[in-house]
Design a protein around this ligand. Structure first.
Ligand code: BDP
Length: 717
């Protein structure tokens, strides 16, 4: 007999302040704060619910579910409630796979059960019981986290019927972590993978990492840098990687490693790494067999080849498909995947860098084995503050493509600027490729529905490190969280995501949530304005990419300079990518081309990405190009100041520790926004040869100062 709850307890909208406002909070618990529920009659409802839980079945995942509810109850009620777990279906919360539910419940849920997919779940409140069910253990864990989220954000509990299935099968993180624990483009300390202490010491952080990821549906992780070290494929490291895989397994997360293409030569002195060489193929086959002995459910390889000095099939005159298929063939017997990156470009190729990936991969469509997914960055260049979507999306109907986003903010102020990346990702995911006419959005390419892909996947370059709060900036936790939510459902509402995250991470107080959410949602265009307005790109400082560097020129590679991209002269500024220039535009479908080829019609957000424009050209805003650029830089600075003043109104509404960290980072953000504006405008003014509009503040220093400004030991390289 299920224990009955008093009916009226269902159905409240619960809004109240949590008790942790004043206490210190270092942010370690991320969005799984399970903050105290108090001073409200509905606390009784939650108490009674969480004191009586059925978890039916036994597996490491079921154990993880029990532990999570235990933790949640401890947080919500500070020890006053300790859940009683049952093995039968009698608990007020009843968690069990469909096959483990009693017949009566299966019958009651008959209408919903067919909707549950392999990784999905159903949450259903029936009479006084809340049922979480799924077809798989992992679906059960996802459903459990979803139920806990419902409590954390105080959503309604009456007539709860939630059926959720992920739209993308593999939802992944890519760590750019080196074996020596430095993190390429990492700004939150060192790598969390402590190779030296592995395999024997399992840090609590690994478990909390798995919990956090599972709570947002991430089910894959590649733990080593794409600029790969072959050593990770040797037994010493495989044993360590296996220990990490063991921690992640109950949370449904598969482990991947990066494969260095020249590994057969580096590790076993083969004379070549040619993908068509029989000995090389045998080497990879044996290596795959060895890896699966350590990690029976190994996910597969992520590969960066023929790019930025990494070895690859080009070294042997072979194609990217030859390279990818070599590894795919080795992994195939075990069900492993190859995520082969399309970030392939060379300083020796004379064409516009943004065209090279398409030129290389498009002709290979359909030539990859069926366990290869081609991993494409969101834009054709490199994680710039704003880029048009990558032209490969929509262009490879016969090869599954996956998205690579960057969660770490290499080009977006690194760890001290507050930029809500969900806004950037939303723009890309909603972009229409027109591959099959109107509505052929990038998200439909990724979820496989446009081209009927056999695999679907998405990845994000992690922003996680050993900093106590994991991500450096407390607000950068939101990017990790949002990424997971958008990987699960690329059409998810970013405003709702922001709201959920704020409530789970900070406080449910509506005044706090609405102000903080407003800052989050406005932050992205503000940062674009003070860094790279009007489609400018790659004008950051050399190498570490922190701060402005529009003057960066010369050196080893032209395609790593700023002048290659902005081409400023007295005649104008911008990269002509129309038919009169590099014609990168030809890589897009005609409808997209039409939107962008006419400088009078193109969104001003992409103007200088595709067009070269004279300084005194009048834009549709009524300003000349020069005025518009200057005003946008100014607007960005004002936006950053606005973020700062809005945040200051929240003093006392969240814990002091995180409040002051955000406030002090906002000071950095405002001063760096001014730096960006002043440095870029002084530099471009040399070519524009016009005064600053009156609304734009005078620069604090002269151009020589900014150009001579050096910082040492910028993190992340
Ligand atoms: C660039 C980074 C570099 C990465 C490269 C990549 O500057 O550190 O190795 O992308 O994605 O953004 O391979």
């Amino acid at each position: 007999m299920p224990v009955r709850l008093a009916k009226p307890l269902f159905g409240f909208i619960l809004v109240f302040l949590c008790g942790f406002v004043a206490s210190a909070n270092d942010g370690y618990k991320l969005w799984l704060q399970y903050a105290r529920i108090e001073r409200h009659e509905d606390a009784h409802f939650y108490q009674s619910l969480l004191s009586d839980i059925s978890v039916i079945g036994h597996s490491p995942t079921h154990e993880a579910i029990r532990r999570e509810f235990q933790l949640a109850a401890e947080g919500f009620f500070r020890g006053s409630v300790s859940p009683r777990f049952h093995a039968d279906a009698s608990g007020k919360v009843c968690i069990g796979k469909v096959e483990d539910l009693p017949d009566s419940l299966q019958e009651a849920l008959a209408a919903q059960l067919p909707e549950i997919g392999d990784q999905g779940y159903l949450i259903f409140s029936k009479d006084t019981q809340v049922i979480v069910t799924a077809k798989s253990d992992i679906g059960l864990l996802y459903g459990s986290f979803a139920l806990l989220k419902t409590i954390q954000v105080r959503e309604r509990f009456d007539e709860l019927v939630i059926v959720e299935n992920p739209k993308i099968q593999t939802r992944m993180l890519n760590h750019w972590d080196n074996l020596n624990r430095t993190v390429e483009r990492g700004y939150a300390g060192f790598s969390i993978w402590n190779w030296h202490r592995l395999p024997h010491h399992i840090d609590q952080q690994y478990i909390d990492y798995a919990r956090a990821n599972a709570s947002i549906g991430i089910n894959a992780t590649s733990i080593t840098n794409v600029n790969a070290n072959a050593l990770v494929l040797t037994p010493i490291y495989l044993e360590k990687a296996a220990a990490i895989a063991d921690v992640l397994r109950p949370y449904g997360i598969k482990l991947y490693l990066t494969a260095r293409f020249s590994a057969p030569m580096e590790l076993d002195k083969l004379p070549t790494a040619d993908p068509l060489d029989a000995a090389v193929r045998a080497w990879w086959a044996a290596k795959a067999k060895e890896i699966y002995r350590y990690i029976p459910d190994f996910g597969g390889f992520v590969v960066k080849a023929d790019s930025e000095g990494q070895p690859g099939p080009h070294n042997y005159g072979r194609t990217q498909a030859d390279g990818a298929n070599l590894l795919a063939e080795a992994l195939k017997p075990y069900g492993g995947l190859v995520m082969w990156r399309a970030f392939v470009y060379s300083e020796n190729t004379p064409t516009d860098r943004t065209k090279q990936a398409y030129d290389e991969f498009k002709p290979l469509d359909g030539k990859f084995l069926d366990n290869v997914i081609v991993q494409v960055k969101n834009g054709p260049l490199d994680f710039q503050p704003r880029e048009p979507f990558h032209p490969l999306f929509g262009a490879m109907p016969n090869t599954p493509l996956m998205m690579e986003f960057q969660i770490t903010k290499e080009y977006l102020g690194q760890d001290t600027h507050w930029v809500n990346l969900a806004s950037l990702w939303k723009e890309v995911l909603q972009a229409d490729t027109y591959a099959k006419g109107l509505g052929s959005t990038v998200s439909k390419v990724l979820d496989g529905s446009l081209h009927d892909y056999n695999h679907t996947a998405i990845t994000g370059v992690a922003n996680i490190g050993t900093d106590r709060n994991w991500t450096g900036h407390p607000m950068a936790q939101a990017d990790w969280y949002s990424y997971g939510r958008m990987a699960w459902d690329p059409t998810a509402d970013t405003e709702k995501i922001a709201e959920d995250w704020l409530k789970m991470t900070f406080a449910t107080d509506p005044a706090f949530v609405s102000t903080a959410k407003n800052i989050m949602l406005k932050s992205y265009p503000i940062v674009v304005d003070y860094m790279t307005p009007l489609g400018l790109h790659h004008i950051m400082a050399r190498s570490h990419h922190w701060g402005p560097g529009p003057w960066v020129t010369g050196g080893r590679r032209d395609d790593w300079t700023a002048t290659y991209y902005h081409r400023a002269s007295q005649e104008g500024i911008g990269f002509d990518r129309t038919a009169s220039g590099s014609n990168a535009l030809e890589q897009y479908f005609p409808e997209v081309r039409r939107q962008w080829e006419d400088p009078e019609k193109i969104s001003l957000d992409y103007l200088l990405w595709f067009h070269r424009i004279a300084w005194d050209k009048k834009l549709r805003t009524g300003n000349t190009l020069w005025e518009e650029m200057a005003l946008r830089y100014q607007r960005g600075v004002e936006g950053a100041r606005w973020m700062q003043s809005e945040w200051s109104t929240l003093d006392g509404k969240v814990d002091e520790e995180r409040f002051s960290q955000v406030a002090s980072f906002l000071k950095i953000q405002v001063s760096e926004a001014e730096w960006w504006r002043d440095a870029c405008l002084l530099y471009f003014q040399q070519f524009a040869q016009q005064p600053l509009p009156t609304a734009v503040e005078r620069p604090k220093e002269d151009l020589a100062y900014y150009m001579g400004f050096k910082r040492f030991f910028v993190p992340g390289i």
